[in-house]
Ligand binder design. Structure first.
Ligand code: PLP
Length: 506
């Protein structure tokens, strides 16, 4: 038995805690988490539901957890596995011997965000003569590009996507290229809606302007080629496309590796060169880093290596077929319900839907689905695009699909009966007039309390299971009426309320 009052308390116990008890604590903490397996969580996790794969990846992780990627000469095992992963990703994405991109090189990073930051850094540092560099991205590009621009002091030129196609107009992207532009980016596919941008036209426009073109295939880059092999009409998006200079693909997404592994590929070594950071001007070891982290655990790399080797090309093809069928089934379920419509016809592994005129309140619907054991991801309205519900579909969803339709119908009926969330008038007017600068700590604490956010578990604020209320519709409705800058600020404040140290230890 474990002492529940000590679970989650300060990690440094006065006297070491026996291994079994510590593990029991971890397991108890995990109970409050959303289910990572079972095919009912449509975001954050990627589950192939392959028996034994978790155990294999964990064993490989354990073999290499203490190996340090800082120095590939000290730990050649890691270099070998990293090169093998880059080779596999390069091959899946149209590069390598016998292709039109035989010289593809790359690096393993910790995730999509790191890959994108590095793609921007590499493009920026290729042009030291440009004092105020800029990048051009469609509005559907992942937020990590904005993060990269922010971290690297690169200006971000955002081109809106068309509200019907959810894709950018290549001519508009081309027109946004200026003399200071160092990179044009696009997605294959976009996270929010799962649509593939017109990569060929965008890359051609970038090449005409002499600018690099990055294809963010972090999300679906590992699946699209398999979907194509299964006969789906996947447009060209990889190194086969002239003008594409770099591509990112996350192995911890659809390559089904445990978290912490993405690959950033460049068409050739000269394009990659500015990615490296080197420093010898101190008394310690000369630091040569291809990626942002210096010390890097071998664990995720070994786990990804084991995952790829074990699943194999045929395994990924089979998993892509299962996923494609699950996507089709879920999309049919959405089409069958009055009051909902697909944001886009699925062309990858995302099903994204919104409400039609007179349809249910989507945020209430999301809560109703949660109550029925389906964890979906609400997306707020943005720049003329309506609020929507995002489903990231993985192979584990396939056996669950038949259960989704009836539950969706039920949930829509329940949400319609409940009606939309009505924001209390004072909250609505507050959010309508509030500017991010006017947000005081007191106001944030008051708002959080009013919304049931950030309470101690079991203390009446949040639910017993954690710091969020069981029903999120009120919070989502409030955020939905706030402009993006206020959303950002409110959520930063809420999250910082959650990030409080636990001091007690025993
Ligand atoms: C298209 C795309 N790019 C980048 C990222 C960022 O990846 P990560 O969360 O691994 O940093 C994501 C994550 O969902 C994504 O979908």
């Amino acid at each position: 038995m474990i002492d529940e009052s000590r679970v989650g308390a300060g990690a440094l116990a006065a006297a070491g805690v026996p291994a079994e008890r510590v593990l029991a604590e971890v397991r108890q903490l995990r109970v409050a988490d959303r289910p990572t397996h079972g095919g009912r969580l449509f975001a954050y996790v990627y589950d192939p539901a392959v028996p034994g794969l978790d155990e294999l990846a964990a064993a490989a992780h354990q073999e290499s957890a203490h190996v340090n990627g800082l120095d590939p000469t000290a730990f050649p095992s890691l270099l070998a596995m990293e090169n093998a992963l880059v080779g596999a990703a390069g091959r899946v994405l149209g590069g390598g011997p016998g292709t039109t991109a035989p010289d593809v090189v790359g690096s393993v990073t910790s995730g999509g965000t790191e890959s994108l930051i590095l793609a921007v850094k590499t493009a920026r540092d290729a042009h030291p003569e440009i004092a105020a560099p800029r990048i051009v991205v469609p509005s559907s590009a992942h937020a990590a590009f904005a993060k990269a621009a922010h971290y690297l002091r690169v200006a971000l030129d955002v081109v809106p996507v068309h509200p019907d196609t959810l894709r950018p107009d290549p001519a508009a992207l081309a027109a946004a290229i200026r003399p200071e532009t160092v990179l044009v980016a696009c997605s294959a596919p976009s996270y929010a809606h799962g649509v593939v941008d017109p990569v060929a036209e965008i890359a051609a426009a970038a090449a005409d302007a002499g600018v690099r073109c990055h294809v963010d295939a972090c999300f679906g880059g590992w699946t699209l080629p398999y979907l194509r092999r299964l006969g789906e009409p996947v447009p060209a998006f990889d190194f086969a496309v002239p003008g594409v200079t770099s591509i990112s693909v996350d192995l911890h997404k659809y390559a089904y590796a445990p978290k912490g592994v993405s690959v950033l590929l460049h068409r050739d070594a000269a394009l990659r060169a500015p990615q490296y950071f080197a420093y010898a001007d101190w008394p310690g070891y000369t630091m040569i880093n291809p990626v942002i982290a210096s010390t890097r655990s071998g664990g995720p790399i070994a786990a990804a290596y084991a995952t790829l080797r074990h699943l194999g090309d045929d395994g990924y093809l089979r998993l892509a077929a299962l996923t494609r069928d699950a996507v089709a089934g879920l999309a049919d379920a959405v089409r069958a319900v009055d009051g909902l419509r697909l944001m886009a016809e699925p062309e990858s592994t995302v099903v994204c839907f919104t409400a039609t005129e007179g349809g249910p309140d989507l945020f209430v619907l999301v809560d109703e689905l949660t109550a029925r054991g389906w964890h979906t991801q609400p997306q707020l309205s943005y720049d003329g695009l309506p609020a929507s519900v995002h489903l990231t579909v993985t192979a584990a969803v396939a056996p669950r699909v038949a259960e989704f339709g009836p539950d969706l119908t039920d949930a829509v009926a329940a949400a319609t009966a409940t009606g939309p969330v009505r924001l209390p008038a004072e909250l609505a007017s507050l959010v309508g007039t509030l500017t991010p600068e006017a947000l005081t700590p007191e106001l944030v604490v008051g708002l959080a309390a009013g919304l049931g956010l950030g309470g101690e578990p079991g203390a009446g604020g949040g639910s017993d299971a954690g710091p969020l209320p069981e029903r999120m519709a009120l919070v989502n409705t409030l955020l939905d009426v706030a402009p993006p800058a206020l959303r950002e600020r409110l959520l930063v404040e809420f999250v910082s309320l959650l990030q409080r140290p636990t001091w007690a230890s025993s």
